[in-house]
Design a protein around this ligand. Structure first.
Ligand code: AMP
Length: 577
């Protein structure tokens, strides 16, 4: 006998399930189906999340208990979002192939109400609805609830989060007093308890432990980085894992849009999904995500509810959620159907304790992983850029421009030219946004502050060039690609200046200035070795003022093929940011 038949379902329904590929009932189905079939009518609470098979847990008993000969709506299923409503409706329609006379309609906001009113004129035993639209239909007398015997509140916590409490109250007042109310929720906040106390009588209860705890296919990881570096860090994970297909969860709609836009503008396949998008926009985003034309969906928890994608390699957390259940709900979207998955939380040093707390409570070992370094992502970024070049259609104007500048490249072999292009691209890609090399932070501590150690440098730019200290820091940062925050004190003199740069950040600094000139004057940057030596020996005795030695820094520099970066250009560049 089929496992589903053993739960009390009819042979026809068991056959349909077999055809759908449902071989064994999931834990929530095993517990809920017999209870609901044997205790009609009854109130019922199911604590279970999306992905546990809860739709079938209530859907199959509904199909069995509804009298198809009765020409009236007998069951109402309420869901927080249109996507979830559609999924529930689809599953119920699939199950009801066993019962030809069964009619199921799904109604939701954001679509023409007239079509839904027309559809409901036909006998509809089960109506799946979002609360707002259902209330609208009740008010327009397009639906009669006088014969409703079953009310299912699916993802009840989410419906309350979305502000549907009053709508639900009103809807329930239109149904029979003697009815079965089946409530499913991933969490049990006090608001849900209030609903239970108000509308339910001695409910039977089934609680399904989150599958995440026992899902060995999910590896739980975290990285520690400054909040401001979370997106650059995420970008590096996207670089080193081009096959990644995942969802990044954010707390606010604004964050999702900002992150998706920032990454999108850098050429990554990312899009935002949140409640401020119109239904048509959300549908389009989901279509692109499902068709794999994007790598990462950046979503709020609410918007991501009801997304039914089973092959995600990663779930990323821009911030950890407040509720434990939300973490398990989020991470449970990966590691499905026997595939391996990663759940990576991006936390700042102060948020590390939340990871520890979460790990203890859900009994999961979080592994700390490092954000990849610039070195690790460099070649991937260059290779992406190379692909872009190879796949770029040549602009009509290119011929004409090329003939004008062709002779500049005479004498350069193809390899020479490519190497030079790569070098400029490296500057551009790596220096973009002044990205720091090491984005990892020390747990529980800030890297900034008293602990910072600096190296002192000389530069032959001074007040006579019309620069202020702030101009100089911007210039240094723009040319070197080093974050402005890595620079320490500046000592500005007439013809030159001394600046401090945090130890460990100096890689490539001197080379970056090798071919730079300001209005025809070559820029020189040198390490102030004497001062650095003295500084390290006197560090313990306190800070000592170093002498300026502008005469010592002769150095030779090339006059040919220099990049032109005049101060004005530089200011313009800053202004554009
Ligand atoms: P749900 O938690 O109801 O959203 O279900 C998650 C997914 O699991 C859906 O795609 C269902 O079609 C599928 N599913 C539910 N129950 C079973 C089962 N017993 N066997 C195989 N797949 C199932």
């Amino acid at each position: 006998m089929s496992e589903f038949k053993k739960l009390g379902l009819s042979a026809q329904l068991a056959d349909v399930l077999q055809n759908m590929g449902f071989e064994n009932p999931t834990p929530v189905q095993k517990e809920a189906i017999p209870l609901l079939l044997q205790n009609d009518p009854t109130d019922f609470i199911g604590m279970a999340q999306t992905g546990t098979g809860k739709t079938a847990a209530f859907g199959l008993p509904l199909i069995e208990l509804i009298d198809v000969e009765e020409k009236a709506t007998q069951a109402l299923v309420m869901a927080p979002t249109r996507e979830l409503g559609q999924q529930i409706g689809q599953q119920l329609k699939d199950f009801s192939k066993a019962v030809p006379k069964m009619n199921i309609e799904v109604v939701y906001g954001g679509a023409a109400i007239t079509n839904q009113m027309k559809a409901l004129k036909k006998t509809t035993q089960i109506v799946v609805a979002t609360p707002g639209r259902l209330l609208d239909l009740i008010k327009r007398k397009a639906i009669k609830l006088g014969n409703v015997r079953f009310v299912v509140l699916d993802e009840a916590d989410e419906m309350l989060n979305m502000g549907f409490k009053e709508d639900i109250d009103q809807i329930l007042s239109h149904t029979l007093d003697i009815r079965s109310t089946w409530l499913f929720s991933a969490t049990m906040p006090s608001e849900i308890r209030k609903i239970i106390n108000k509308y339910m009588v001695q409910p039977l209860e089934v609680k399904i432990q989150s599958e995440v705890k026992s899902n060995k296919d999910i590896t739980h990881q975290y990285v520690v980085t400054k909040t401001a570096n979370k997106v650059p860090a995420l970008r590096r994970f996207l670089d080193i894992q081009p096959d990644m297909r995942g969802i990044m969860f954010c707390r606010t709609k604004r964050e999702t849009q900002e992150i998706a836009d920032a990454l999108g503008s850098m050429g990554y396949g990312t899009e935002a999904l949140h409640g401020d998008l119109s239904q048509a926009q959300r549908d389009a985003v989901m279509k692109r995500f499902k068709s794999r034309s994007m790598q990462l969906l950046v979503a709020t928890d609410v918007a991501a509810r009801g997304i039914d994608v089973n092959d995600l390699t990663h779930v990323l957390h821009h911030k950890l959620p407040d509720q434990l259940e939300s973490y398990t709900h989020r991470s449970g979207r990966t590691g499905r159907a026997g595939n391996k998955g990663f759940s990576i939380a991006f936390v700042n040093p102060r948020e590390v304790r939340r990871v520890d707390e979460l790990g203890r409570k859900i009994n999961v070992d979080f592994q700390k992983v490092e954000v990849p370094s610039i070195q690790q992502v460099k070649s991937v970024r260059i290779s992406k850029w190379a692909n872009l070049i190879v796949n770029t259609e040549v602009d009509e104007q290119a011929d004409e421009i090329l003939s004008g500048i062709k002779e500049k490249f005479q004498g350069l072999s193809k390899d020479d030219l490519l190497k030079r292009l790569i070098t400029t691209q490296l500057d551009h890609l790596i220096a973009q946004n002044g990205e720091e090399d090491d984005l990892n932070e020390i747990q529980g501590k800030k890297k900034e502050g008293k602990d910072r150690k600096f190296l002192r440098y000389f530069i032959n730019v001074g007040t006579m060039d019309g620069v202020t200290k702030s101009d100089l820091v911007h210039f240094l940062s723009d040319v070197s690609g080093i974050d402005r925050k890595a620079f320490g004190s500046i000592e500005l003199q007439k013809t030159n200046a001394f600046f401090e740069l945090e130890k460990g950040k100096q890689s490539g600094l001197l080379q970056k200035f090798e071919n730079i000139d300001i209005e025809g004057r070559a820029i020189r940057v040198n390490l102030d070795e004497d001062a650095n030596r003295k500084k390290s020996s006197t560090d313990k005795q306190g800070k000592k003022k170093s002498n300026s030695r502008n005469n010592r820094y002769g150095g030779n520099h090339q006059g040919n093929g220099k990049k032109k970066v005049s101060r004005r250009d530089n200011r313009d560049r800053r202004r554009r940011r």
